[in-house]
Design a protein around this ligand. Structure first.
Ligand code: AMP
Ligand code: ZN
Length: 496
């Protein structure tokens, strides 16, 4: 472990700050989870890879981590600023299915992606509809001082607390701050930025998900959920709240406003008044055509990548190659490059494992990297990079140095690899070259058939029978398999 101080970028202060836990030796982190009305797209999953790297880093630094990720199964409207329909209701109506079935199906799909990306399970997956009573209690406690009722629901008066929207402030080039304006179309709202705490079921209608409340039958607002689950499971103030960068504009400012109201706190110069010490946001994964969206019909799912022959961890590697605060553009070429890098790493690790077996037999294990200056230096560089606001791109470079070491006991290298992979989460203790060779859905040949053809081609070449050798190569090419003579990775063939 390294002593480098962990510095993280706090969106609330817009600056790097040392991590200074609220409870000594602990780290309590809340991550806004998915709205389970559809499959997550790979952009959404970037948010959880980021939260996972953060959690792993905190654990690696020796903090006892309590991580919460929520599952939103009610309340998230098609527009974050209280416009439109409930995403869950809309999908259920389109599919003629119950909301509960929709939620169950897509929650499982999300968990499958979490597992495929080797994202660690949080201490709690908090499901919004399990916290309705707590949401009502929270809402009741702030209603009188901070809310007002109108026909469509109970609204939070954003002028009732100090510094509303500080998190979302845009800093102009000359350094002046401005609050982003928003459009007000809900009738009866006093201020454009006011938002629903409770949405009433319109008279004469029945919703699939509705509960009794002092303001009539209805459902909670999306922002309320996260305030309540954060407070219940982690207590205010907790250490770090995370989400995608879009949440910095509406969802998190609204959560913060509720938290201030609930705690009876003052302004946000004191960060803990926001309910958390730090607010961290990952930037977007974008497509060349613009922002990725799962509401727009066609979208990129992790399963699509697998169907095309990419191991899910190649996507994780792609995320790690960029800083979480930089926009990352998705392209198949970029993903291919990330897969190649992962293959290279796995092959290097396999080589070290083979050397270790040669030397010590199969069951040998030691934690020896710390005692060797050759491994200590690059591991320190790795630690410094990751401590510098989770600079995974630079950390990977330091990791490459570990793998490329020469004239050193393989134990030292492999224990350094395990140590580092606790943060990177590339599953390098288990991942093999074979795992990375995923057959795309459309592949015509099995792996064994390809290997067999390659063996036949090799013997033809050994006998200088180039006609047969070329015929085999052409036949493979027709079936979508490209042979890579002299491939430096030693992969030998790939599927187009
Ligand atoms: P949602 O299910 O829409 O609530 O989004 C789940 C998480 O993904 C949130 O933290 C979003 O901010 C984040 N997110 C949405 N789109 C992207 C994207 N293209 N790239 C990275 N994160 C995203
Ligand atoms: Zn949230």
């Amino acid at each position: 472990m390294s002593d480098a101080t962990l510095k993280l970028f706090n969106s609330l202060s817009r600056s790097l700050e040392p991590f200074d836990p609220v409870h000594a030796g602990e780290a309590r982190v809340y991550t806004c989870g998915p709205t389970v009305y559809n499959y997550p797209h790979i952009g959404n999953m970037r948010a959880y890879v980021f939260a996972d790297i953060l959690g792993r880093t905190l654990s690696w630094k020796g903090y006892k981590l309590t991580h919460v990720i929520n599952i939103t199964d009610v309340g998230h409207l098609t527009d974050d600023a209280d416009e439109g329909e409930d995403k869950m209701e809309k999908m259920a109506a389109e599919r003629a299915q119950s909301i509960w079935d929709i939620a169950k199906h897509y929650t499982q799909a999300y968990w499958d992606d979490i597992k495929s990306l080797n994202i660690r399970e949080p201490a709690h997956w908090s499901i919004a509809t399990d916290y309705i009573e707590e949401m009502l209690d929270f809402a009741k406690s702030i209603a009188e001082k901070h809310c007002y009722e109108c026909e469509t629901g109970l609204y939070f008066d954003t002028t009732s607390i100090e510094d509303y929207g500080r998190l979302a402030r845009a800093v102009t080039e000359d350094g002046a701050e401005e609050n982003r304006g928003r459009i007000d179309t809900v009738e009866g709202k006093r201020n454009a930025a006011d938002f629903a705490i409770w949405r009433k079921t319109p008279a004469g209608e029945k919703r699939q998900m509705e509960w009794d409340s002092p303001w009539g039958k209805g459902a909670p607002g999306w922002h309320l959920e996260c305030s309540v689950m954060g407070e219940k499971l982690l207590g205010f103030p907790f250490d770090i709240h995370t989400g995608g960068i879009d949440h910095r504009e509406i969802h998190h400012p609204n959560e913060i406003a509720q938290n201030q109201a609930f705690c009876g706190c003052g302004g946000l110069r004191e960060a803990t008044n926001s309910g958390a010490r730090m607010w961290m946001h990952n930037n977007f994964l974008v497509e060349r055509s613009g922002k990725m969206s799962k509401s727009a019909g066609e979208f990129l799912r992790l399963q699509l990548l697998v169907d095309k022959g990419y191991h899910p961890l190649a996507y994780r590697m792609m995320c790690l190659q960029a800083h979480y605060r930089s926009e990352l553009e998705f392209s198949w070429e970029g993903l291919t490059a990330a897969l190649t890098r992962l293959k290279r790493v796995v092959m290097q690790v396999e080589r070290w494992k083979a050397k270790q077996q040669e030397r010590h037999g199969p069951d040998w294990h030691t934690d020896s990297w710390e005692y060797n200056p050759k491994t200590r230096d690059p591991v320190e560089r790795f630690a410094a990079a990751i401590s510098d606001d989770l600079n995974t791109a630079e950390a990977l470079t330091a990791f490459d140095e570990v793998l490329a070491l020469k004239k050193i006991d393989p134990d030292c290298v492999l224990s350094a690899v395990s140590h580092i992979d606790n943060v990177l989460g590339l599953n390098l203790d288990n991942l093999t070259r074979t795992d990375l060779r995923i057959r795309p859905k459309g592949a015509q040949l099995t792996e064994a058939e390809v290997e067999d053809a390659i063996a036949r081609r090799k013997s033809a070449r050994a006998e200088k029978d180039f006609a047969t050798s070329d015929a085999i190569r052409d036949d493979l090419a027709n079936k979508g398999v490209e042979l890579m003579d002299g491939d430096p990775l030693g992969w030998e063939w790939k599927l187009d």
